[in-house]
Design a protein around this ligand. Structure first.
Ligand code: PGA
Length: 252
């Protein structure tokens, strides 16, 4: 069975004081989260160290980076390497969020290197994929998402792919208030599961968590998470409020 996961992506939000308060509020409510659900928080880089400290190395809540450099340590001003993230106890990292693809021109070639560097340092990649509104309207969204996954993940071994999480985030649903319907999301999640099955076999495919992201909130999480191939969520806006975030985590 795939692990149930709810991961908060704070993006470029919160002062240090606000971030600390939010972390503390979430930690205080962890007892309300069902035992079979794990939580993750992806704060901005500058708060990662503090966030790791505040978790007290809880097994219930892990800290994730929002990004990682596609290089090892060296002369790359302004970047943060997988080795650095590992050295402060970061266990997961987003890779290929649609905002990074769009605003920072991240390509499949770069994303493949990021995935490799993370795995080299025992950090679990949360690989984000998803189609634009244009691709959705054109009708070839399953092929598009499949290609994003094949190009970046399909060189991995069986052991390596099992350490990855996949987040399906239709770009037209991110931050727009427009959620994919449970049926729309399930259709793509099932296709991703099939793709993984064809490459890595049924057992491995069944163990990989596939998260839905895009305007997921307390009012729609239950319906989304009840779909067969949706193992949790990658939450943007609603993860900035501890009550909403915990309510989502209780929606399985
Ligand atoms: P949203 O963002 O929940 O605010 O739509 C999700 C994401 O971008 O990960």
């Amino acid at each position: 069975m795939a692990q149930k996961l709810v991961v908060g992506n704070w993006k470029l939000n919160n002062s240090f004081h606000q971030a600390t308060q939010l972390m503390e509020d979430i930690m205080a409510r962890l007892v309300d989260v069902p035992v079979d659900v794990s939580l993750g928080i992806a704060p901005p880089y500058v708060y990662l160290n503090k966030a790791v400290d505040l978790t007290g190395h809880s097994i219930k809540l892990f800290i994730a980076a929002q990004n990682v450099a596609p290089w090892g340590n060296g002369a790359f001003t302004g970047e943060v390497s997988a080795e650095m993230l590992a050295s402060i106890g970061v266990d997961y990292s987003l890779v290929g969020h649609s905002e990074r693809r769009e605003y920072f021109n991240e390509t499949s070639d770069q994303l493949r290197v990021k995935v490799d560097l993370l795995l080299e340092h025992d950090i679990h990649p949360i690989y984000c994929c998803g189609e634009s509104l244009q691709t959705r309207k054109h009708g070839n969204y399953i092929e598009f998402v499949s290609q994003q996954i094949e190009e970046v993940l399909f060189h991995l071994t069986q052991d390596q792919i099992q350490k990855c999480v996949i987040a399906y985030e239709p770009v037209w649903a991110i931050g727009t208030g427009e959620t994919a319907s449970p049926e729309q999301a399930q259709e793509v999640h099932a296709a991703i599961r099939d793709l993984l099955r064809s490459k890595y076999g049924a057992e491995t495919a069944g163990q990989i968590s596939i998260l839905y992201g895009g305007s997921c909130k307390p009012s729609n999480a239950k319906e989304l998470f009840s779909q067969e191939d949706i193992n949790g969520g990658l939450i943007g806006g609603a993860s900035l409020n501890a009550d909403d975030f915990i309510a989502i985590a209780k929606s399985f």
